[in-house]
Ligand binder design. Structure first.
Ligand code: NAD
Length: 481
């Protein structure tokens, strides 16, 4: 049984699908483990640590050749899988919706593609839930990112020179990411309010010391499996009225609202953004699904004419690559353990297991998942020779710049005009700080510190996107806990 771990090729992907900790566990299961050289570099895991854990570190071809299992963060290119054993399991976030042609190509290549984001949200599978582990980290990072560009203090400061009021943080969507954002903002001393369309979220919000606000017109919009349903027009109008009145008084707004299988609901209009004071910050964690904010530009940081900075990062968990990789790798390891006969130390997939049935997309040359429709495959473009990556979308605001998972540049300049945009800082493979790019006019505050120096792989427990894809939750979770 050979397990291969490839270096991620998707632009901006910093995470890795296995850590030395999980490599050691795979060895314990009797597996031979091969890791592509540099696979952990962006998550600060040196090749030597993988080797010390028992992996063979080599080039991509050597790593993948003869593999029975390939572990990835994002869906790999078919070309990257040349040489795997027939029927090899390819396990990762497959991002299948809208990418049906790529899934069909994996089927044609004869591999068994397994979508971890389809893991049912049942008690037994909680430890394998990549959506939760990554969303949790994203919620935390959203607050850290907001604090970094916010020009004021988060907690109340009582000094000899007087008192500084605490920042007001408003979290929209109190699911996994939202609750972690609330907890983090509270820890930093902010005054936090939150809203959700599920009434059950209210108690959780209050238990974290935040105030829950919800319109009277909207009693409860809980859907199935603990998720929200789409609002009716009247409900949307009532929610918009509530938000419009509240948002103008907020310093930081963090949006996390998603509805399974639908584009992110638009909750914050241009007018609402324009009502906010200069220096306010919005973090749109739904950016990868189109955004909750009308002015969000996915993958970009923009500042509006009235001085509101909107962060539209699309791979927020990737901004915490080490922690995100640790948790993601553990999610994968927990699932893998269910696929192996531990006594005989061989791969022994129970194709009737509900976890396997829910996650297997392709098998024996065909698409086997009921949610991946063949007509969608026919309508989809031909398989691109590129890995899955954050979508490049255009938003209605003007000048922009793509941002890397964690900005590493010093002070940069941005275009003048109604929208200021932070300069891009693409993550260099060896994690050297990217050279600052310069654009004409208006300066962006130099609030982005250089990356910390390289460190050995950490093994401590951390607290989650994919990059998080709502659509990936289509298979109705059973028995949500
Ligand atoms: P999600 O990412 O799909 O959505 C995030 C939040 O946005 C949800 O709370 C949703 O209600 C909210 N939302 C949707 N439309 C909105 C709108 N118009 N305005 C405001 N908010 C809106 O959801 P999630 O964070 O993955 O989790 C949702 C629920 O599932 C939570 O109750 C969570 O506790 C539960 N959950 C259960 C398990 C498990 O049992 N294993 C695992 C993870 C999450």
């Amino acid at each position: 049984m050979k397990i291969a771990v490839l270096r991620e090729l998707a632009e901006g992907e910093t995470r890795v699908a296995a850590t030395p900790e999980t490599v050691a566990k795979f060895k314990g299961l009797g597996a031979e483990v091969a890791v592509e050289s540099g696979a952990g570099a962006l998550a600060r895991i040196p090749d030597a640590d993988y080797a010390a854990a028992g992996a063979v570190v080599g080039n991509a071809t050597a790593t993948v050749t003869g593999a029975d299992i390939v572990l990835t963060v994002r869906r790999p290119r078919v070309a990257s899988l040349n040489g795997v054993n027939p029927g090899a399991l390819v396990i990762g976030a497959m991002d299948p919706y809208g990418n049906e042609a790529e899934i069909a190509a994996l089927a044609k290549a004869g591999v068994t593609a397994i979508a971890m984001e389809f893991m049912p949200r049942i008690t037994r599978a909680q430890v394998m839930d990549i959506l939760s582990s990554q969303a949790n980290l994203a919620g935390y990072q959203a607050v850290i990112d907001a604090a970094q560009v916010f020009d004021r203090a988060m907690p109340m400061m009582m000094t000899a020179a007087g008192t500084v009021r605490p920042a007001k943080v408003f979290v929209m969507g109190a699911g996994v990411a939202g609750l972690q954002a609330i907890a983090t903002a509270r820890r930093l001393g902010a005054v936090v309010t939150a809203t959700d369309v599920r009434a059950a979220a209210g108690e959780q919000v209050e238990s974290l010391g935040a105030k829950f606000i919800m319109t009277e017109a909207l009693k409860d919009a809980s859907g199935t499996g603990g998720y929200a349903r789409e609002l009716t027009r009247d409900e949307q109008a009532a929610q918009a009225e509530l938000v419009a009145g509240h948002i103008a008084k907020q310093d930081i707004v963090i949006t996390t609202a998603l509805i399974p299988g639908r584009p992110a609901p638009k909750l914050v209009s241009r007018a609402m953004v324009e009502s906010m004071a200069p220096g306010s910050v919005i973090v749109d964690l739904a950016a990868e699904r189109g955004g909750n904010v009308e002015l969000t530009q996915p993958g970009k940081v923009a500042t509006t004419a009235n001085g509101v900075t909107i962060l539209g990062y699309t791979n927020v968990p990737g901004r915490l690559a080490t922690s995100a990789s640790q948790l993601y790798a553990r999610n994968l390891n927990s699932f893998l353990e269910t696929l192996v006969d531990k006594k005989e130390k061989v791969l022994a997939v129970n194709w009737d297991d509900e976890l396997v049935k829910a996650t297997v997309l392709t098998r024996d040359g065909a698409i086997v998942h009921p949610n991946i429709k063949l007509d969608a495959v026919a309508a989809a473009p031909a398989p691109a020779a590129k890995p899955a990556g954050p979508p490049a979308k255009t938003a209605p605001v003007t000048k922009t710049a793509t941002v890397a998972p964690k900005v590493e540049t010093p002070a940069t300049t941005v275009p003048a005009g109604p929208v200021k945009t932070a300069a891009p800082a693409k993550k260099a493979p060896a994690r050297k700080p990217a050279a600052p790019k310069t654009a004409p006019a208006a300066e962006v505050p130099a609030k982005v510190p250089a990356k910390r120096p390289a460190k050995p792989a950490a093994t401590a427990e951390a607290k989650p996107a994919p990059a998080r894809k709502t659509a990936a939750k289509k298979p109705a979770p059973k028995g949500t806990t």
